[in-house]
Ligand binder design. Structure first.
Ligand SMILES: [Zn+2]
Length: 390
């Protein structure tokens, strides 16, 4: 190699290393900046609320914690979810959704799928090169990290993929263990990359809940924040058929109304809206109308109410309780749940350790203790018992 060539190679290598080093520093900063808690919004729980909260089975239908450079076994002073904070919040089961592609700017009303924020984050977090470009590989890598953290947790985090594992988790907790269950979910089915066989690959990797779209229209169909606002595509229909055949749960959060209608028309599909709000208390492109609430409830579906501004407008436990009260009045007591969207690039009133605020707010809003138990997790447990593989 000539001296000149050697110099060039050395310079390029150093530049590459400098970029990686810079990105490695940047990723935790992005996490810290994007997942925040608004100070002073924790609601002190009365003794009655504390007792109810400690005795309830708490399930959160949606958090994006796996996207960020955090070991969930350790407590962090930023972001929203890790095992110590889930334990403090008395959470029994957390659904961990994988985000694999988000458009630049993440416009709430309208995005194309032409740009992608996650590529740089994937490089910064040292995903394997195969996951720099492939969305399927990104989902599989996050699933792998989840499994790895569960293994390293010495039994504190337990993956749940079947009814049997769910019952074992609840039995362990019933006998005093603080073990927390985790279910893998996708935030949009673009990790299938337009191939039905990839749906099988994701299911085999442990995913049990499949979001169809995220912030842009994809191969499956229209997003609530996309351009087409379309229903299921031909591939979307094939993918949904496959999900139903596998016994997977379909999540229509972020779906365009037409896509939601198409999925709800399909009998047999187990449907949830993992994280959303209701139009009646907070209008917005992805929040549910009363008709949608009724349609989902009629199908035995589940609606998770979130904690960020897009779902409840004013970010507070009281505002969550108002959305819940409305959803209960329209969809019935069995159809409503918690879907925080913790760590979803969100500003929330408290992190996972502060969930007792919700119990207090729901009691203050006049919900009965039975309704509160249902929303905190009882309804989610019933739904998952009906729809996870045995
Ligand atoms: Zn989301």
């Amino acid at each position: 190699m000539s001296l000149r060539r050697r110099l060039l190679v050395t310079t390029a290598t150093l530049l590459g290393l400098a970029v990686v080093a810079m990105l490695t520093v940047v990723a935790p900063l992005v996490d810290r900046r994007m997942n925040t808690v608004i100070p002073g919004r924790t609601l002190a729980a009365s003794p009655a609320a504390q007792a109810l909260h400690a005795d309830a089975t708490i399930v959160d239908l949606h958090a994006d914690a796996l996207l960020w450079p955090r070991d969930l076994n350790e407590r962090h002073d930023h972001g929203h979810v890790d095992l110590p904070r889930l334990q403090e919040g008395h959470v029994a089961l957390q659904l961990f959704s994988v985000v694999t592609k988000t458009p630049r700017g993440i416009n709430y009303d309208r995005n194309t799928g032409d740009t992608d924020n996650i590529t740089l984050l994937a490089i910064a977090e040292r995903y394997p090169p195969r996951a720099w470009r492939s969305l399927r590989e990104r989902a599989l890598w996050q699933a792998h990290r989840f499994e790895q953290m569960a293994t390293q947790s010495a039994g504190a985090l337990r993956p749940v993929r079947t009814v049997r594992e769910l019952d074992q988790l609840l039995a362990s907790r019933g006998s005093g263990s603080g073990v927390i269950g985790g279910i893998l979910a996708t935030e949009g089915l673009h990790p299938a990359e337009g191939e039905v066989m990839n749906v099988d690959t994701l299911f085999a990797a442990g995913f049990r809940v499949f979001g169809l779209t995220h912030f842009f229209d994809n191969e499956i169909g229209g997003s609530a924040h996309g351009i087409s606002h379309g229903g299921l595509t031909a591939f979307g229909r094939a993918a949904v058929e496959r999900l139903v055949a596998l016994g997977a749960i379909i999540d229509v959060a972020h779906a365009s109304p037409a896509l939601m209608d198409d999925v709800l028309r399909r009998t047999g599909a187990a449907v949830m809206v993992s994280h959303t709000g209701v139009q009646a208390t907070c209008p917005g492109p992805r929040n549910l109308s009363d008709d949608q609430l009724r349609a989902i409830a009629a199908r035995g579906g589940l609606v998770g109410i979130g904690l960020w501004d897009g779902a409840i407008c004013e970010v507070s436990a009281g505002s969550f309780a108002r959305a819940v009260r409305h959803a209960l009045s329209v969809a019935g007591d069995r159809a409503v749940a918690l879907g925080s969207d913790f760590d979803g690039a969100t500003r929330v009133p408290f992190d996972a350790s502060g969930l007792a605020s919700l119990t207090e707010a729901m009691l203050q809003a006049g919900l009965t203790p039975e309704q509160v138990r249902g929303v905190l997790g009882g309804n989610a447990v019933d739904f998952l018992r009906r729809h996870l593989p045995p």
